[in-house]
Ligand binder design. Structure first.
Ligand code: UDP
Length: 219
């Protein structure tokens, strides 16, 4: 019987940041580095930073008793599509987290998360599947975060905030804390621009930018 096989899906910017975390996580449980590959379906080199790059079809064809994949692609819609395919093929979602991630009390993070170095999740937090929290992001107390949500580096998500599925929060954005029973809500699929200071609810599908953040009308 072949052993387990692990992959970081996406060999671009996001994947190259997640790979060292994945490798470290496996080293600590005694899995050899050659059991870890990149999956990338695009045209590119066959090795990246010392790891083999294979297509999804090739990964699926490699002998293994179990396959585990972390989706290291910042676009949440792409993650959703790939997650559905992996699940249908019996590939397990894999959560990869940097060693120095801080997780406090009563935090639930759904499967398939990618938590970069210096991320902090404080207490009483619910987070859905396939969350990405990039470098130096934090989530404060009593937040509820949906599925396929993406935080770029340095997102400050303060207390009592609800972020619905597929929202994308840009680098350095600050979201003002809500109140107990009256959270500040970032709607489904909303985009918060880099450096935005969000002081009010953001409607589903809207893009907000600036300080204070305002909806950017589509041209
Ligand atoms: N990709 C893939 N299969 C897909 C969609 C994307 O292998 O179905 C790969 C794509 O080839 C690229 C990476 O995922 O190498 C996404 O990289 P990109 O630079 O667009 O974004 P990021 O790394 O920032 O998420």
């Amino acid at each position: 019987m072949s052993g387990s096989l692990y992959a970081v899906y996406g060999a671009s910017g996001c994947g190259r940041g997640i790979m060292p975390l994945a490798r470290n996580q496996l080293r600590k449980i005694g899995v050899e580095a050659d059991r870890l590959v990149f999956i990338d379906d695009g045209a590119g080199p066959d090795r990246v930073n010392g790891h083999r790059v294979v297509t999804y079809a090739d990964f699926f064809a490699l002998p293994a008793c179990e396959r585990h994949v972390v989706l290291a692609i910042a676009d949440g819609a792409v993650r959703e599509r790939l997650a559905a395919r992996c699940t249908a093929d019996g590939i397990r979602p894999w959560t990869v987290a940097a060693e120095n991630v801080v997780v406090m009390d009563d935090v639930h993070v759904g499967e398939g998360a990618a938590l970069s170095p210096f991320v902090t999740l404080t207490s009483n937090i619910r987070i859905g599947r396939y969350f990405h929290a990039n470098l130096y992001s934090y989530v404060e107390h009593d937040c509820v975060i949906g599925e396929f949500v993406t935080f770029a580096p340095g997102v400050k998500c303060n207390g009592n905030i609800v972020i619905e599925d597929h929202a994308y929060i840009g680098a350095g954005a600050v979201i003002k804390q809500g109140r107990p029973g009256q959270p500040l809500v970032i709607g489904r699929g909303a985009v918060v621009g880099m450096g935005a200071v969000v002081t009010r609810n953001v409607p589903a599908g809207a893009t907000v930018v600036g300080n204070p953040a305002r909806v950017r009308e589509k041209i």
